[in-house]
Design a protein around this ligand. Structure first.
Ligand SMILES: [Zn+2]
Length: 483
C-alpha cells in the first residue's frame, strides 16, 4: 500500500473513536466575555497525549496540561476583535475538532426578567444560589457560556435557557437607571415599606451582615439624597443610609437596625418603582403570631424518606405538623398549614421547584411571620443512614439563624436525642421565604432502631411539637429582650 493511502486509512479508522474520546467539560460553548478575560478550558481525553487549543486566525497554540490522568486544562484569553472559532488539535493522532466560538462582548446585551430567576456564583447548577432576580428587572450582560448569561454588575450567572434571549436583546444598550427618591411608608400590618422611585427596576442584590441589611442597586445613579420619612412611620427601622458604590457602579441602600425578621423585594412592572418590604418585629409571645407549618413532601410522587419498616416520611411529617399546629393554636398563634392531607400542594404534574415555591407563596400570601418546615432525615448512603441519629435544624438567611439556634436543644431534649445541631444549608423553602424560616429534621427515619421505637410511638408527634413550642418561646423572648 502506498504511504498516502495508509495514512488516509489510519485516519478514517482512528478519527471517529478519537473524536468521541475527547470531551469538553468546561466551559459551555459558545463563550462571550470581556476582551482579555481569561477562560479556563477543561477537557477529558486519552491519557498521556499532547493536545492543544488553537483559535482561527492565530498562529499561537495553547498547550493543554494533563493535570491528572486523562484530565487536561489550559486558560485562554478572550480575543479583542471578531468572533473566532476554537479548535482542539491532537498532533499525535491528527485529530482536529471545532469546539465552538469565542467572542468579545464589545457591547453589553440586556435581559428583561420575565419570571423569577435564580442567580448563581458560576455558570453551572452546582454553584451556590444568590439573591434571585425578580420579574420586571432589566439587567446588563457581559458574558455567555453556552446557555448561561453573566450579569455585568454583580458578575453572577443565570440560566438563559429558562428565559431565552433574542439576538436583538444581546445588542441592546441599557442606559443606567436613576434613583430619584425614597419614600418610607407603613403597611397596614405594620411592616415598613421603602418605596424607591426610579427610572426602571435595576438588578438588585440583598446582602445581610450582622445587624445591617444592604440592598445593592446595580447600574444605578443617584440623583439626590431625598429620603422622605414621615414622623411616626416605621419606627422599628434604624437609620437608612444611601451611598454610591463604584465597583460595580451602583447605589447601596443600607438599613442598620431592626431588620431581623425578613424582607421582600417587589418591583412594579409599570412604573419602575421598587418596593423593599421589611418585616415588622415579632411579638414577645405566640399570641397573635402568624406561623406557616409546612409538612414536608406529600402525595404519590414525593414520599420523602421511607423507613426500612415502611414508615413514610410524608406521613410522619404530617403527624408532627398537625400536632404542632394544634399546640400553637391553643397558645393563640394564627397557624396555617401548607398541606392538610397526604397530597402535594400542587397537582402531581407540577415540577419540584413549583411545588416548593407554592408552599412559600402560601406563607407569603397569608402574611406569615415564621415558616417552619417539618422533615425527617436520611443519608445518601443506606449503610450510614441505618446508624445515623440526631436532630438538625437548618437555616439559610442570616435572619433565620437565631430561630434555628433556639429550636435545636428543646426539640432534641423533647424526643430524647443527644446529638443536635443548627446549621446553614441551602434548601429551597428556607431560601426563598420572606420571614425567618427553618427546616427541621427531627430525627433519622432511615435508622430502623429509631423507626421501630421513638418515631412509631403514639405520643411522638406530641413530644416533638412540644420541643418546637419551647424553642419558639425562648426565641421570641430573646428577640423581645434585645429590643
Ligand atoms: Zn424531607
Amino acid at each position: 500500500m502506498k504511504p498516502l493511502k495508509t495514512l488516509l486509512l489510519l485516519l478514517a479508522l482512528s478519527f471517529p473513536t478519537l473524536a468521541e474520546s475527547w470531551e469538553l467539560l468546561e466551559p459551555e460553548m459558545p463563550v462571550v466575555g470581556r476582551s482579555g478575560e481569561s477562560v479556563l478550558f477543561r477537557l477529558k481525553g486519552p491519557q498521556a497525549h499532547q493536545p492543544f487549543l488553537k483559535l482561527s486566525g492565530e498562529t499561537v497554540t495553547h498547550r493543554l496540561v494533563e493535570v491528572s490522568p486523562g484530565n487536561y486544562q489550559t486558560a485562554l484569553s478572550v480575543p479583542q476583535d471578531t468572533k473566532r472559532s476554537l479548535f482542539l488539535v491532537d498532533a499525535g493522532t491528527g485529530l482536529r475538532r471545532r469546539l465552538g466560538t469565542l467572542q468579545a462582548s464589545s457591547h453589553c446585551g440586556q435581559l428583561r426578567v420575565t419570571s423569577e430567576m435564580v442567580t448563581r456564583q458560576g455558570p453551572h447548577p452546582d454553584y451556590d444560589r444568590l439573591t434571585p432576580l425578580y420579574p420586571g428587572q432589566h439587567v446588563a450582560l457581559d458574558g455567555i457560556r453556552g446557555g448561561w448569561y453573566r450579569l455585568r454588575a454583580s458578575q453572577t450567572w443565570v440560566d438563559g435557557r429558562k428565559s431565552p434571549l433574542s439576538e436583538t436583546d444581546m445588542a441592546a444598550f441599557l442606559p443606567p437607571n436613576r434613583l430619584k427618591r425614597i419614600r418610607v411608608e407603613q403597611a397596614p400590618n405594620g411592616d415598613a415599606l421603602l418605596k424607591l422611585e426610579m427610572t426602571r427596576s435595576p438588578e438588585i442584590q440583598a446582602i445581610q451582615t450582622g445587624q445591617a441589611l444592604q440592598f445593592h442597586l446595580y447600574d444605578t445613579l443617584q440623583t439626590n439624597f431625598d429620603i422622605r420619612r414621615p414622623s411616626g412611620v416605621a419606627t422599628f427601622l434604624g437609620p437608612i443610609l444611601l451611598r454610591p458604590c463604584a465597583q460595580p457602579q451602583g447605589v447601596i441602600v443600607e438599613i442598620n437596625e431592626g431588620i431581623k425578621y425578613g424582607y421582600q423585594i417587589i418591583p412594579e412592572l409599570e412604573t419602575g418603582e421598587l418596593t423593599l418590604r421589611l418585616r415588622k418585629p415579632l411579638p414577645a409571645s405566640l399570641e397573635g403570631l402568624k406561623i406557616t407549618v409546612d409538612a414536608g413532601h406529600g402525595g404519590l410522587e414525593d414520599r420523602g424518606t421511607v423507613g426500612h419498616l415502611g414508615l413514610e416520611e410524608k406521613v410522619l411529617n404530617l403527624r408532627v405538623a398537625e400536632a404542632l399546629a394544634e399546640k400553637l393554636r391553643q397558645l393563640g398563634a394564627e397557624v396555617t398549614m401548607t398541606r392538610l392531607t397526604d397530597k402535594a400542594v400542587l397537582p402531581e404534574s407540577a415540577g419540584a421547584g413549583d411545588e416548593l415555591q407554592s408552599r412559600i407563596d402560601h406563607s407569603i400570601k397569608r402574611g406569615s411571620q415564621l415558616f417552619l418546615s417539618v422533615h425527617h432525615n436520611a443519608r445518601p448512603s443506606v449503610e450510614q443512614g441505618k446508624i445515623y441519629h440526631g436532630t438538625d435544624i437548618y437555616w439559610y438567611q442570616p435572619h433565620s439563624q437565631s430561630l434555628a439556634r433556639h429550636l435545636a436543644d428543646p426539640i432534641a431534649d423533647a424526643i430524647g436525642e443527644e446529638s443536635r445541631s443548627f446549621r446553614w444549608r441551602s434548601f429551597y423553602v428556607i431560601r426563598q421565604t420572606h420571614s425567618p424560616a427553618v427546616l427541621m429534621e427531627f430525627q433519622y427515619l432511615s435508622n430502623p432502631v429509631l423507626e421501630k421505637s421513638v418515631l412509631s410511638q403514639p405520643d411522638y408527634p406530641e413530644k416533638a411539637s412540644s420541643g418546637v413550642v419551647e424553642g419558639l418561646r425562648n426565641y421570641l423572648e430573646a428577640q423581645a429582650s434585645e429590643r
